[in-house]
Each structure stands twice: as C-alpha cells, then as structure tokens.
Design a protein around this ligand. Structure first.
Ligand code: FUL
Length: 477
C-alpha cells in the first residue's frame, strides 16, 4: 500500500490528542512503597506499615509544578509492587492498611483535589505488572485491573491521561499475564472519553528512551503498528515469535519519513518524552545532589515541547511526602527562565506577507493574530512556499516559535529561515518538521525582516503561529 501525499497530509489528531498536546509540559509523580524502602522496583512483599509520609502536602506538589509552568500531573497510583495509594475495595494492599492518616487516607483523592484547586490536569499511572497480587498471571487479574480502573476513573473527577507502563521484569520463568488491553481501553473510553491512553495504548507514543532525547524529526503520523510496540515488546520477553524484530520499533530514529511509512497503514500517534529530574524515578536521599541542571532541563524542554513532542518530567517526593528543596529550587529557576524568554513576542504587531495564499481567510496575517485556530496556507497542493515577516523595527532575537495548524494534519518536512542583513538575506536556521510546535534557537541576531522558506511539505503546508523572542542574557545554549 503506498500513500498519496494528500492522504498522509490529512491524517489528523482526535480531540483528546489535541487537548493533551496543548498541555505541552506536565509532571510525573513517582511516590509509593519504594519511597520508603529506597528502591526503584519493589518486590511486592513490602509491609504497608512502611508507608507513612510525615508531612505530605499535595498542594506543595502542585505549587512546585506551577512554578515551572507545568500544566498537568500524573500520579503513580499503583507501581509494580502493587501497593495502592487509594483505598481500593479490591485489595488490602493499600493505604488503608498503612499507619498514614490512621488508615483513613486517600492520596489519589488529595492529589486530584489539589490539582483541581491549582488548575492542573490530573492523570493516573496504574502499573499492569503487579508483583503483589495473587491473581497476577490469571484471567482474574484482568477483572481486578478493570475494577481498579473503574475506581480511579469514577471517583476523582476528570482524568486527562491513563499511563500504561510496558515494563515487566518477570523474565522467561516468571508469571505470564495475558493482558486484556482491549478490555482496559473499553473501560477508559466508557468512563473518561477525554483521557488519552499513553505508552501501552493507542493515543500517545513513548519516545523510545527515558533519557530525555527527542528525535530531530518527531513525526506525529507514523505506522499504526507502533501502537502495539510497547505491549508486544513486553510479551516478546516471553515468546519471541520472530515477528517482533520485523516491526517498526519505538526506538527507531526514522519513524515518520515518507520512506519509513511507505507501504504501511499509518495513524496519528504523537510522541511524549518522559524522564526524571534525578537519576531515579523514586526518591533516594543519595541523589539529592544529582538534580538535573537548569541547562539540561531547558535543553530537554526545547527539544521536546519545541520539537513536536510533550515533556513528562518526573519529580519524586521524599519520605516526608514533599518535593525536596533542591528540586523545588530547580523548578522555580526553570519556570522563571521560560517565562522571561516567552514574555514579549517581538513579532506582535508586525506584518506578514506571502507570495501565495489560498484565500483571504488563510492569508499571511493569520500567523501573527495570536489565534491558534487561524492559519496561513498557500494554494492547495503547493509544496514549496515562503512567508516574510517585518517586525517594523530592528530587534535582537535568538528564538523563533512556529506552529502548524495540526487540526489540518502535519505537513512541513523541511524549513529554512533567513534574516535580512542590509541588502543580503543570510541563513539563520534549518530544520525538518514543525508539527504542533517547533522552537528554533540560535545565536542572537539583529534584524527587522525575516523569511521562512518551506522547502518540502506533504501537500500544502499550514502555519498558525510565528513568534519571535529574545531569551534573557544568561541563558546557556
Ligand atoms: C518504567 C518503570 O519500570 C519505571 O519504574 C518507571 O515507572 C518508568 C516511568 O517506567 O518502565
């Protein structure tokens, strides 16, 4: 099967995928029994008596997130050790068997409420792999898992994401659970139709690493088979049927080029970059001095959010149930830096012109109107196009933010930016894809006029925003 360019160009996100993409930057919170045993993966035999945060404050988590400009939070309601942060009716291995709040606490509730109060979207991580529950390895486990999903999706308000981890360390001689993925998805669609299902799910693609790396060309339109990648990968640890190696892999560098998708059914399956602010996912006092630097976090932010992916940054609260001071400080610095950079759009009030526009509704001024739903588009089928920007006076800048109108699809394949220096157009920046958002960063230049040349596109390109910024002087590029 070979795709016409027009077909590829017109694959679009669902409403839930679009709402998720617009969150851009959200946090992961790994908290549970491991926090108290200093482990990354619990064995499932830990006593709930160990769980006793001394100074838990969900609002502190929310405030720390907000200080960095984060817009959502995903909580590990149950990690691989099987311990539940809410008083599930279907197991005793929960907070109700712990000394915390004398067994009357519900951490999921407190976190969900704090998110609601603070204006953050709330999401749940529920580990399919469970090292505690006796039903694991039988079909009964699937029923248990679905009942737990029902609890989480009916008691805590709107959920923006259900995050399914593909990890399983059972090994070839361990328990083998045949997960009822379709059954899980049905429960989620029924109870929270607005929630995306991430990683082992159809809506959000794992970027393929936990280091914070984003591809230069992070396509949202990729082979459909990638949707099964993480769950097949998990299964392939037990049975290698020889098929797995032939399929596209979430770790492959080239997932979405015309060549990579040729002959394969394709779908909208955008990437999420997940990584931790420290080496571990859970809190370890020994890592207090290994909080990632501001420069590194900025780099990951610019490459993920500014590279057509989202950024899921893990913050592990400590045994008090609070985010450690070192992480708090770093998050504030990150937020301050991002706010200072994006405070003043130098293109605002400027002029934009294009040699070619589809019609008046899609003329070049649409990229400057501050409205993401309007966009510039050349004539149908035009695959090379250019737009010129006049800032009306000279400005120094080092950052250009671009957005495609992804409701129409993802189309730009190659882009070149130039600035006018006297009479000469000079090269400024080259990139491949744009997608939801591309943030271009370069050494500061001073100019009044800019031009964006779309050198390759799948059918006619669209642009809904072009913004120009100068980052604060001490930004380390
Ligand atoms: C992995 C898990 O094994 C880690 O513990 C962590 O939860 C990470 C986000 O996903 O697969």
């Amino acid at each position: 099967m070979s795709h016409s360019i027009q077909t590829l160009a017109n694959i679009t996100p669902s409403d839930r995928q679009l709402a998720w993409q617009e969150l851009e930057f959200y946090s992961f919170i790994h908290f549970g029994i491991n926090t108290f045993t200093d482990k990354e993966w619990g064995f499932g035999d830990e006593s709930p008596a160990l769980f006793n945060p001394s100074d838990f404050d969900a609002m502190q988590w929310v405030e720390v997130c907000k200080s960095a400009g984060i817009k959502g939070l995903i909580l590990t309601c149950k990690h691989h050790d099987g311990f539940c942060l809410w008083p599930s009716a279907y197991t005793e291995h929960t907070v109700k068997s712990s000394p915390w709040r004398e067994g009357n606490g519900d951490m999921v509730k407190e976190v969900a409420e704090a998110c609601r109060l603070g204006g953050l979207a709330f999401g749940v991580y529920l580990s399919p792999w469970d090292r505690h529950d006796q039903r694991y390895g039988t079909s009964e486990y699937n029923e248990y898992f679905k009942l737990q999903l029902r609890e989480l999706l009916t008691s805590y308000g709107d959920i923006f994401c259900v995050w399914f981890d593909g990890a399983c360390g059972e090994g070839p001689n361990g328990l083998k659970q045949v997960y009822d993925w379709d059954g899980y998805y049905e429960v989620i669609r029924e109870l929270q139709p607005g929630a995306v299902i991430s990683v082992c799910g159809p809506d959000v693609r794992w970027c393929g690493n936990e280091a914070g790396h984003t591809r230069d060309s992070e396509w949202s339109v990729v082979p459909e088979e990638l949707r099964d990648c993480e769950k097949i990968q998990e299964a392939s640890q037990h049975v290698d049927d020889g098929q797995f190696a032939k399929l596209a892999n979430s770790r492959d560098e080239n997932l979405g080029s015309r060549d990579a998708v040729a002959g394969k059914p394709v779908t909208w399956y955008p990437a999420e970059v997940n990584t931790s602010i420290r080496p571990g996912w859970f809190y370890h006092a020994a890592e207090d001095d290994q909080v990632r630097s501001l420069e590194k976090l900025l780099d990951i932010y610019y490459k993920s959010v500014g590279g057509n992916a989202t950024f899921l940054l893990n913050l592990p609260p400590d045994q008090r149930g609070r985010i450690h001071e070192n992480d708090v400080k770093r998050m504030q610095e990150l937020g301050d830096r991002l706010r200072a950079t994006f405070r003043h759009n130098l293109a605002f009030g400027g002029h934009a012109t294009a040699i070619e526009s589809l019609d008046e509704e899609h003329d070049a001024t649409r990229v400057l109107d501050g409205d993401k739903t309007t966009y510039w588009c050349p004539n149908e089928g035009t695959e090379h196009a250019a737009i010129e920007l006049d800032l009306l006076e000279e400005h120094t800048f080092d950052t250009i933010l671009l957005q495609e109108h992804i409701r129409s699809g993802q189309r730009i394949e190659k882009l070149h930016i130039e600035y006018l220096d006297g009479e000469i157009w000079r090269d400024l920046y080259d990139c491949t894809i744009v997608g939801y958002k591309r943030i271009c960063r370069f050494l500061p230049v001073r100019a009044r006029k800019l031009r964006l040349i779309i050198e390759e596109s799948r059918w006619c390109p669209t642009l809904s925003a072009v913004e120009v910024y100068l980052s604060p002087p001490d930004v380390n590029k």
